[in-house]
Design a protein around this ligand. Structure first.
Ligand SMILES: Nc1ncnc2c1ncn2[C@@H]1O[C@H](COP(=O)(O)OP(=O)(O)OP(=O)(O)O)[C@@H](O)[C@H]1O
Length: 223
């Protein structure tokens, strides 16, 4: 699905990481962990074509990201659901409108039955008509997940999806992500939360990668 081959990335003249290899095979479940500032968000951006590697090759669905024009990147992105670290909602739209937005901007309509199902799946049926500032952190995170999956993507990339939520809510989000993986979706979650990773490993076969000292490594048995 998504492959990084000997990839390096620099912001300006400073090298963030190099020699990085990653294969997100269909149906796989990965965690990406590592210290703050190690480059987890940057790595996710390489995976969805928001950034292009300084050197090495990133392949999105078999295509070299360097060769993709804007339309081709947009097409690849339709196959990837992204849960952004800061959720990125439009505050003047209702929750239901925000969740439907990826479809509406691509000129498609969502049936109210599908939207109702999706809101029910993330436990937000009662909040459909509310505006993002009226929602709790956990509600926003679940809404971000619903928005990420509305296009039925093959790959879900989630950046700190449990950033602002308590343990119970993080477990609820985890079970949604595990459910998506059981439906065949490829999942990559960037997180600092080691207890979240440990809880997930009891439920799903996941590889844990650690980005540290500019390199990506398989995490130890403690994870
Ligand atoms: N657009 C940018 N221009 C310059 N430097 C940037 C830019 N975006 C990120 N950085 C720097 O690159 C480094 C890695 O950032 P990134 O957000 O990828 O790390 P992270 O591991 O996701 O961090 P966190 O866990 O705190 O979210 C940081 O030092 C950050 O300041």
């Amino acid at each position: 699905m998504i492959e990084l081959d000997n990839v390096a990335y620099n912001y300006g003249r400073s090298e963030l990481f190099s020699g990085l290899n990653l294969q997100l095979a269909a149906g796989s479940f990965h965690f990406l962990t590592g210290p703050s500032g190690a480059g987890k968000t940057t790595l996710l951006k390489l995976c969805y074509g928001e950034l292009v590697a300084t050197s090495g090759q990133a392949r999105l669905f078999g295509q070299d990201a360097r060769t993709l024009d804007r339309d081709a990147v947009a097409q690849a992105r339709r196959r990837i659901g992204i849960v952004h670290q800061d959720c990125q909602f439009l505050d003047h739209l209702t929750l239901a409108e925000n969740i439907a937005l990826p479809l509406t901007v691509s000129g498609r309509t969502v049936s109210s039955a599908d939207l109702t199902d999706l809101l029910g799946w993330v436990g937000l049926s009662q909040q459909a008509a509310q505006f993002p500032p009226q929602l709790s952190g956990g509600e926003r995170q679940r809404a971000a997940l619903a928005r990420a999956v509305i296009m039925s993507p093959e790959v879900i990339l989630a950046d700190e999806p449990t950033g602002n939520v308590d343990w119970e809510m993080s477990q609820r989000l985890l079970s949604l992500l595990v459910e998506l993986n059981k439906m065949g979706k490829t999942v990559l979650i960037a997180t600092h939360d080691i207890s979240f990773i440990r809880a997930a490993k009891a439920q799903v076969s996941a590889r844990v990668l650690r980005l540290k000292d500019r390199r990506l490594q398989l995490a130890g048995a403690d994870l």
